[in-house]
Design a protein around this ligand. Sequence first.
Ligand SMILES: [Zn+2]
Length: 197
Amino acid sequence: MPVLLLNASMQPLNVISRRRLVVLLTKERVAFFDDSDRALVELELEHRRLGEGVIVVRLLRNVVIPRRMIRANRRNLLLRDAHTCQYCGLRAAPGELTIDHVVPVSRGGSPNTWENQVVACKRCNGRKANHLPEEVHLRLARAPRPVVQEYAHLLLLRHPEVRSAYEELIRSVVPPHLQAPSPGAVSVRLQPLGQNS
Ligand SMILES: [Zn+2]
């Protein structure tokens, strides 16, 4: 009985032991997604017998994942921004895309933070050059944010046995337009459920 623990914001946090699940249940820190899961777990615990199915539970309160776990490198930035220029919306192959510093490093911008780097196509990056976006009439599609979800993606790669259960759950609770565009970016856009990170 693999137990997948989700954050309150639906990000996968960890695959936990049965014993850990019991502790969390006792402390009333987690909730099941449906009553049949709860009944199944109670039955299994009663009979000290482990089923094969994946159980997914969700923390009632969000925990903050340390940001330093994930580097804002080129590969991760491409994943966060879904290979899409954040200025004009062009989606392209990695070779066609660059990383733009929103506030140029030469003007005091941070060289390696999540918040100051975005994916940009070569054309937009060329136009922006050493300017702030507003100086050359460019606008970011959205404010660049740290990718805490990349951690979840790594977790799912590490635990393939829980991945399909997770994806099925997401399909059932997250509207299609908010779901990730490809399996490679499975966890990147799962945050919006009416909650702030
Ligand atoms: Zn562009």
